[in-house]
Design a protein around this ligand. Structure first.
Ligand code: SF4
Ligand code: SF4
Length: 307
């Protein structure tokens, strides 16, 4: 079996400004897939049909890379202590979308990391994913010890909190493995209490049909009047359950990643009426905001104006 000293990879990852790294042996994710299937069977994934697909790849990454031995989980901090304008005509953008699109930024970093590894180990085979594709990114991050799954369903690291993106590399190499960390949510229920739409229906279970993040981004339909006045001016995504988390309040650190410098923190709710789709696409072409499209953002702005 091909074996590599993980400290070599960790050193290269640090040079590329990855904040977290963990190594885990591939296995079938039976427990995680069964929880996912139960969540889907209750319709809690709302209209995110892609969640239902590629279950066999979610179960075993050997269905993605047959020679897979390990998963390397990586984390990049994106936190900024942002000062928001509290005027009611300003819609807030979730922190993860304040800078450049993390998919591109992290994919580029991972590609550089893999290229560096291959310089030394030409038979290093790999497949990688950043919050897309058929693998369970959070489950691998937990197994690799990056953090524990919080009651708000974000992965929390005891040193930097939960404001980090995850990328996973599946590889044919073996390492000395890390172990999952203990759940440190304890008796805390701050996220459950703070969620304005009661989307965390029980600890560790989020109902996407009620989650502002889903409703303002993935959702293609109307937003129910049931949520009127509950969005706290969130026009794209929602950070509330992370903002109240004591691990973030205490341990979140400003990111040093240039690409995540704040470009978009708010949008004037009236401004969207006056731009064309082309202008919108051009303005947000490097931002995760493009995902909601102009139509979705206008819907969100109009919904926030209902109060
Ligand atoms: S993102 Fe917002 S709406 Fe969704 S669970 Fe967290 S606090 Fe609730
Ligand atoms: S707010 Fe409390 S319960 Fe929720 S994720 Fe953070 S520590 Fe866990």
């Amino acid at each position: 079996m091909l074996f590599l000293d993980k400290s070599e990879i960790s050193k290269l990852a640090k040079e590329l400004n990855f904040n977290l790294i963990g190594f885990t042996k591939v296995k079938e994710l039976n427990k995680e897939v069964s929880k996912l299937s139960e969540w889907i069977s209750k319709g809690l994934h709302a209209k995110m049909g892609y969640m239902e697909r590629n279950i066999e790849k979610k179960l075993s990454v050997k269905n993605v890379l047959p020679t897979a031995e390990s998963v390397i989980s990586l984390g990049v901090n994106y936190y900024h202590d942002i000062e928001y304008d509290n005027r009611s005509n300003m819609g807030r953008i979730s922190r993860y979308a304040a800078g450049k699109d993390y998919h591109n930024v992290i994919e580029e970093k991972i590609e550089k990391l893999i290229a560096r590894i291959i310089e030394y180990y030409p038979d290093f085979q790999s497949k990688y994913y950043v919050d897309s594709g058929p693998v369970m990114d959070k489950a691998w991050a937990v197994n690799a010890g990056l953090g524990w799954m919080g009651k708000n369903s974000n992965i929390i690291n005891a040193q930097i909190g939960s404001w980090f993106f995850i990328g996973n590399i599946i590889t044919n190499y073996a390492f000395e493995y890390d172990v999952p960390v203990k759940d440190k949510c304890g008796t805390c229920t701050a996220c459950i209490e703070a969620c304005p739409t009661s989307a965390i229906i029980q600890p560790y279970v989020v109902d996407s049909n009620k989650c502002i993040s889903y409703l303002t981004i993935e959702n293609k339909g109307d937003i129910s009047d049931d949520f009127k006045g509950k969005f706290n001016n969130r026009i794209f995504g929602c950070d509330i359950c992370q903002e109240v988390c004591p691990w973030n309040i205490k341990f979140a650190k400003e990111t040093t990643e240039e690409a995540f410098s704040v470009i978009n923190k708010e949008i004037d709710l009236d401004s969207l009426e006056f731009i064309t789709s082309e202008e919108f696409n051009q303005k947000y072409k490097n931002s995760p905001i493009k995902r909601a499209k102009l139509k979705g953002m206008i819907r969100n702005a109009n919904f926030l104006k209902l109060k």
